[in-house]
Design a protein around this ligand. Structure first.
Ligand code: MV4
Length: 454
């Protein structure tokens, strides 16, 4: 049993974890940088420890300071949230050596899935469909050229150490392959300290669909359905929903079974996400596995009724999971990420929340660390709130989200609220015609009539 856990994170997810701990009777320790003294996660935690200056590398990414905070406060375990150290296998290993618990999968599994080329091979070996490509990282420009010739263009080059869209290059014709391969390798070496590059056939306009998975310490693995995450800009998701308008119950079962097969193959424990691309013919392909709780986990919570963060804590304490596999989604949930940014230019907009009125009412949830007069610091990501709605049908959920966005009042900074209101009125969005190019097309459409925020 955990008596006390430390939360190695900030913002809304730190608060979300504190809520779950309180319901389970677990005491909490917040860590914070000097930029976050006035943050709600510090206010609500039972104890708090300042771990350094604003820069993440000196605070939320500083392993020795976080471990020192855990030892001083006598925390039994650490919850890493998302981002920061959540997928750092070395951190999870060091905690093992220090006899501090880790609320997440085993370090070996984090490391395996962090190597995107190995993750792809592991998926293929578990019988999960992958796109045609190079099983091993490419050995040189000539190997890249030959592999691309056999797959056919367009192809995509991906950094083995990348992920989440970082370090990717699309190549449309043979003339470009050798140059692009060299540049991709140099960039990956600089960005990740690892220049390994692998190749896949490039799907031009797929959907991004991910499955929530969960495992306990006794080999019980389940999937909890999907999230449609196609609405993104520069690999930052803007809107997520569950269920996906593109899945039939049969396809959900097939994709869910593939996700579970991969988890079984690696002995997966705790919360995870399997990302797939889905093409217009209903074929799906493994992309990546994320070995953490995700920003968009609330849409799954709304359609399954499961508290995923509570479940993370329970399975980490050795509870047996009693969740049935492949729960049928109940109703429809949508999440809009409310960012502190200019809705037309997407420039960050940190600063004081002069007015901060949250929407409420049936099926309406707001996960936020914001409050009136809170000042959003400029040092971290721009997420101020997640607005999540649940209703019986997708159409009703869209109506409910539009109403909730209208009743969400933020003054003092720019936010993405006006952009969301616009997307929710878009014909393609309403029709469920989504793809990874949705935002590109949407912004193009609305450039003519004075910017997406209007
Ligand atoms: C792809 C792809 C198409 N074909 N791989 C982006 C995030 C990372 N998880 C994988 N990603 C993609 N991989 C193949 N073989 C399309 C994406 C992709 C994407 C690409 C360009 C611009 C926006 C995108 C949004 C989601 C996914």
């Amino acid at each position: 049993m955990f008596k006390k856990i430390l939360i190695a994170n900030r913002g809304e997810i730190a608060l979300r974890i504190i809520q779950a701990c309180r319901e389970l009777g677990i005491a909490t320790v917040a860590v914070f940088s000097t930029a976050d003294r006035d943050s709600l996660h510090v206010t609500y935690a039972d104890e708090d420890v300042c771990i350094g200056p604003p820069a993440s590398k000196d605070s939320y990414l500083n392993i020795s300071r976080i471990i020192a905070a855990a030892e001083i406060t006598g925390a039994d375990a650490i919850h890493p949230g998302y981002g920061f150290l959540s997928e750092n296998a070395h951190f999870a290993e060091v905690l093992q050596e220090c006899k501090i618990g880790w609320i997440g999968p085993r370090p070996e599994v984090i490391r395996l899935m962090g190597d995107k080329a190995k993750a792809r091979q592991t998926a293929a070996a578990a019988g999960v469909p992958v796109l045609p490509g190079s099983p091993e990282p490419l050995e040189g420009a000539e190997h890249a050229r030959q592999t691309a010739a056999s797959i056919g263009y367009p192809i995509i080059l991906k950094a083995s150490a990348g992920g989440g869209g970082r370090g990717m290059r699309i190549v449309w014709k043979e003339e470009e392959i050798e140059g692009q391969f060299s540049t991709a390798g140099e960039e990956a070496q600089r960005a990740f300290g690892n220049g390994a590059i692998y190749m896949e056939k490039y799907l031009v306009e797929p959907r991004h669909i991910e499955f929530q998975v969960f495992g306990d310490k006794y080999g019980h693995v389940v999937h909890m359905g999907e999230r449609e995450c196609s609405i993104q800009r520069r690999h930052q998701k803007l809107i997520e929903e569950s269920p996906s308008p593109a899945l039939t119950p049969a396809l959900r079962e097939e994709m869910g079974a593939a996700a579970v097969a991969l988890c079984r193959a690696v002995g997966y424990e705790n919360a995870g996400t399997i990302e797939f691309l889905l093409d217009s013919d209903g074929r799906f392909y493994f992309m990546e596995m994320n070995t953490r709780i995700q920003v968009e986990h609330p849409v799954t919570e709304m359609v399954t009724g499961i508290d995923l963060v509570k479940l993370q804590l329970e399975v980490a304490m050795g509870h047996k999971m009693t969740v049935p596999n492949g729960l049928k989604p109940r109703g429809h949930a949508i999440e809009c990420r409310i960012n502190a940014e200019n809705p037309d230019t997407f420039a960050p907009s940190p600063g004081p929340l002069k007015t901060f009125h949250l929407p409420g009412g049936p099926g309406t949830r707001v996960d936020t660390h914001g409050y009136e007069d809170y000042v959003i610091p400029p040092h971290y990501d721009s997420l101020v709130a997640k607005l999540i709605v649940h209703d019986r049908t997708r159409g009703e959920a869209i109506q409910r989200m539009s109403r909730a966005l209208d009743f969400f009042v933020v003054e003092g900074i720019h936010t993405s609220i006006p952009l969301h209101r616009r997307i929710l009125r878009d014909d393609d969005f309403i029709a469920g015609k989504l793809s990874t190019r949705f935002m590109e097309r949407f912004l193009q459409k609305h450039r003519e009539d004075g910017g997406p925020g209007r």
